[in-house]
Design a protein around this ligand. Structure first.
Ligand SMILES: Nc1ncnc2c1ncn2[C@@H]1O[C@H](COP(=O)(O)OP(=O)(O)OP(=O)(O)O)[C@@H](O)[C@H]1O
Ligand SMILES: [Mg+2]
Length: 452
């Protein structure tokens, strides 16, 4: 709900209205836009901008006004006055984004004591704080006509995940969060992804959303290798899901896991050759997509470990170098085979995020980073260092760069999705003994004992 406190003396008295979202007449905004354009000199030979059309798309948070502009003016002329348009559209109105719960906080006794209109916004600020204060924002573009999008809210700062969003997902898309335009999906079946961000800004939260989304929407077509090098705890809850075929939590188990992936790549390559196909999209037979999720990839680096003996250091160095070279191979060759690397790190330096891995990454998701240089390593531009909100990310794909507020998925929502997929898995040592079966041709059969 958007609550507007209009404090203009022109309106003539206190006007306090609780309106549903989008309740404000767009005509008012058009009139304001025209008045602002005239006032800041965006006129030629006495001619003002002329409205051609207004458009309010369903499920979007904006209204678009399309104008014919006087000859001799350009988009740049309007963009130069961008701030004037935003300020003008927010003039005389203080708008709050409130829930019904917030409405209960209104102290009507206090409100009645107000003598002057000027006190009203202050009183609301005291009741609700700055947090829910919202401003309209403006975006401009030109395609022969000037298009001005007026967003009726700023991007939210916290977005609990709604399960209904899954109903809108196309195949292998993850609903990462919302932009000013509404739900934003990222496609994860056409290449690898990098997720970067300083501590406690939302990387692992997004990884939970990714895993849960695919378990929910494609339970029979997905497999995971989960490499949690931070604490080993984040992915524990998935360890008994039948889709999780490998879990690792240190260098040695990550090394073995990546080695398994290389075998899987060899196996898929041989199979594709037999089928005479080049990429997974051409395979007609059922085939799984395999996601290798590495949370805190920098912890593979042996120099970050407390190793004492020379022998241990040498062994860790060897495994680390091998892991790095395998990750490069995976980044270069695996996507067409349906194997994808989701690489998450707090420290996006050139050492951790190898240039070949980066070059082969289609999706870049960047939460707050400490420096512009780090932002540059991930996104090829600065900006992530200016993020101050948890869950706020810059997402870069070949389609462009957008800012999103990521969804926050809670533990209960995760449990609900994974519970039907939990099975009792055999421990590695028991495998031969338990099943008595030979491993498959490639030695990669997953040994599972289903509960009776
Ligand atoms: N999308 C979000 N919206 C709101 N708050 C969030 C969001 N994502 C994370 N947070 C908050 O930040 C906390 C840390 O999130 P998360 O564990 O995802 O961070 P991280 O980037 O993985 O940190 P680290 O690098 O230390 O592992 C969460 O417990 C939650 O309170
Ligand atoms: Mg984390």
């Amino acid at each position: 709900m958007i609550l507007e406190v209009v404090s203009s003396s022109i309106i003539g008295g206190i006007y306090l209205a609780a309106k549903l979202k989008g309740g404000e007449s767009p005509t008012n905004d058009h009139q304001k836009i025209k008045m602002i354009a005239d006032a800041v000199g965006l006129k030629k030979n006495g001619q003002s901008i002329r409205i051609h059309r207004k458009y309010h798309p369903k499920n979007k948070h904006y209204t678009e006004y399309i104008y014919q502009i006087p000859l001799g003016l350009s988009l740049e002329d309007f963009q130069e006055k961008h701030q004037k348009f935003e300020d003008g559209l927010n003039n005389k109105q203080t708008r709050y984004l409130l829930s019904f719960k917030d409405l209960k906080k209104i102290d009507w006794k206090e409100l009645r004591k107000i003598n002057s209109l000027k006190e009203l916004p202050e009183q609301f600020k005291r009741m609700f704080g700055e947090k829910q204060l919202i401003r309209k924002s403006v975006e401009m573009s030109f395609d022969g006509m000037l298009k001005i999008k007026v967003y009726d809210r700023a991007m939210p700062t916290y977005l609990p995940f709604r399960e209904s969003v899954w109903e809108q997902c196309k195949k292998w898309h993850v609903p990462i969060g919302e932009t000013k335009d509404g739900v934003h999906f990222i496609r994860l079946d056409d290449g690898h992804a990098v997720i970067a961000g300083t501590t406690r800004y939302g990387k692992t939260t997004f990884l939970h959303l990714l895993i849960t989304t695919f378990l929910k929407l494609h339970p029979d077509e997905v497999e995971f290798s989960l490499i949690d090098l931070k604490s080993g705890l984040s992915f524990q809850r998935y360890k008994d899901c039948k889709q999780v075929i490998n879990m690792a939590e240190d260098l040695s188990s990550a090394h073995s896991c990546l080695n398994d992936i290389l075998q899987e790549m060899k196996h898929r390559k041989a199979w594709f050759k037999k089928l005479g196909v080049e990429k997974i999209q051409d395979v007609k037979q059922p085939i799984t997509r395999h996601y290798i999720i590495i949370d805190e990839a920098s912890n593979l680096d042996y120099r970050r470990m407390e190793l004492k003996s020379k022998k241990d250091i040498e062994a860790a160095k060897f495994m680390y170098e091998q892991c790095k070279s395998w990750m490069k191979m995976i980044a270069c060759e695996a996507a067409s085979l349906g194997i994808y690397l989701i690489f998450s790190t707090q420290y996006p330096t050139a050492e951790i995020l190898d240039s070949q891995v980066k070059a082969n990454t289609i999706t870049k998701i960047c939460y707050r980073l400490d420096t512009g240089t780090q932002s540059y390593v991930v996104l090829d531009h600065t900006g992530a260092e200016e993020i101050t909100i948890k869950g706020r990310a810059i997402v870069r794909t070949p389609d462009g760069t957008v800012q999103v507020q990521s969804y926050f998925l809670d533990d209960q929502q995760i449990e609900k999705v994974i519970t039907p997929h939990i099975i009792i898995k055999a421990r590695k040592d028991d495998e031969d003994e338990t099943t008595g079966e030979d491993p498959g041709e490639t030695g990669e059969d997953t040994l599972i004992i289903e509960p009776v």
